[in-house]
Design a protein around this ligand. Structure first.
Ligand code: F0G
Length: 427
């Protein structure tokens, strides 16, 4: 490993720290960026190399994260804990575009990662860093997907995993994964924000490696979503990149990766980044629209993945939005579930939080922020099957305070040929 090729730098005061070490915050309390030396990469690392690797058989080239390793974490392949992350589809969906009022929308489905969410991109790097540092215990607080991903990567690496989840507010698909992969699953009697505070304290006290996105190496892995998207597009930059925001690590990561890609000359400009929050968990939206510092709020939304009122990475996220001349928008649970019905019935499918992307696109088009003819890409962050209760509840009309505007309810039917024939001839 070439430890000299990166540093950690505080986003608040600029203090720098050596690149490899167990550190998540600056002494001043600020969060840290991984700072790569990009200059030596100029001319040596570029589109041709990344495109060539995409066709290679080597695990470190085939992974949609490690393919970009010089920009992420230049470690030797033998150290990588990889499950071939990334390589997700970019769906061109006329149905989703029509719903949003766009000529075209391309949806990058990060639910197609090994554990069904975008978290695997960050986790392969976080888990690898745990191995590099010789840590054999890892932990995270989670609304579900981070814990599922961490549990899987820890199991592959033979590490002990501790997940801190808010009791009663984690979708069943995700809870099942944490249990199945063998993580110690601590159902905290509190919300995600309480679990996050506790896990940070426990990790510091017990020398357990913290794998939330406050860990700057997690962010490095998640940058690969934006890099792979640009690669999918032949390194042509779209006008807009839309994604949901919760703890705000992902938007921070994508913005950082694209900014570095521009610095290296891989892309010519940044797409405008639109972060979409659920109205019941929208502290960044409030900060963005008022211009005031982020005010934590008590979060509540049916999109449990983004049920977060005190997002850790809000400053980094806002930095990316501002740098890209982007926006922050908020959408109601009704808008999320209606958009989800369209993502699902297009044959693509995603969990509720992911569908804030399409709901946000529709709202921004209606508000005239995005034009019908703009080139628009969106990120779908998690798989449909992560939250089956939300799907069945919606289609059966059983979700509290949600109108099932696009329901496709199951039909109870007697077990006779006549009844079935009668049913299939009915409209
Ligand atoms: N979409 C899904 C499906 C998520 O699971 C999350 C976050 C987000 C969007 C928001 O991403 O936090 O980087 O802004 N899930 C975390 C978790 C909090 O614990 O799984 P973010």
């Amino acid at each position: 490993m070439t430890q000299e090729s990166w540093l950690l730098r505080c986003i608040e005061c600029g203090e720098e720290y050596p690149g490899a070490g167990v550190r998540y915050r600056c002494d001043c309390g600020g969060t840290l960026d991984v700072l790569h030396e990009l200059e030596p990469l100029r001319g040596r690392v570029g589109a041709d190399l990344f495109d060539e690797r995409r066709g290679s058989r080597a695990a470190e080239d085939r992974s949609g994260v490690w393919r970009f390793r010089e920009l992420i974490l230049p470690v030797e392949p033998r150290l990588m804990i990889t499950r071939g992350e990334g390589n997700t589809h970019l769906y061109d969906s006329p149905a989703a575009a029509a719903y949003a009022g766009l000529d075209r929308i391309l949806l990058k489905h990060e639910g197609e990662n090994p554990t069904g969410s975008f978290k695997d991109r960050g986790m392969t790097v976080g888990a690898t860093m745990a191995r590099v540092l010789g840590m054999d215990r890892v932990a995270c607080a989670s609304t579900g997907n981070t814990s599922a991903s961490m549990a899987a990567y820890a199991a592959s690496a033979g590490m002990r995993a501790f997940v801190f989840i808010p009791a009663g507010n984690v979708a069943y698909g995700k809870l099942s994964q944490a249990l199945a992969y063998g993580a110690r699953t601590l159902q905290i009697d509190g919300d995600f924000d309480a679990a996050m505070t506790l896990v940070e304290q426990v990790c510091a006290k017990e020398n357990i490696y913290l794998l939330n996105s406050i860990n700057p190496f997690r962010i490095e892995g998640q940058k690969a979503i934006g890099l792979e998207l640009m690669q999918d597009l032949g390194w042509e930059v779209p006008d807009w990149l839309i994604l949901p925001g919760g703890n705000l690590g992902n938007s921070s990561a994508i913005a950082k990766g694209l900014s570095e890609a521009r610095e290296l000359g891989l892309i010519s400009q940044l797409p405008r980044i639109a972060v979409i929050q659920a109205a019941g968990a929208s502290p960044l939206y409030r900060a963005f629209t008022t211009g005031l510092p982020l005010e934590p709020m008590e979060a509540d939304t049916l999109a449990t993945a983004i049920r977060i009122g005190r997002p850790l990475s809000w400053k980094k996220s806002l930095r990316g939005v501002v740098e890209s001349d982007g926006v922050v928008e908020s959408v109601t649970d009704q808008e999320i579930m209606d958009a989800k019905a369209h993502v699902d019935s297009a044959g693509i499918g995603a969990e509720p939080a992911s569908c804030a992307t399409l709901a946000g696109a529709k709202k921004l088009v209606a508000r005239g922020v995005i034009s019908r003819s703009d080139t628009v890409c969106g990120v779908l962050t998690g798989h449909l099957l992560k939250d089956p209760d939300a799907v069945v509840g919606y289609h059966k009309g059983e979700l509290n305070e949600i109108r099932s505007n696009y329901a496709n309810a199951p039909e109870p039917i007697p077990a006779t040929l006549d009844a079935i024939l009668e049913a299939i001839h009915r409209d």
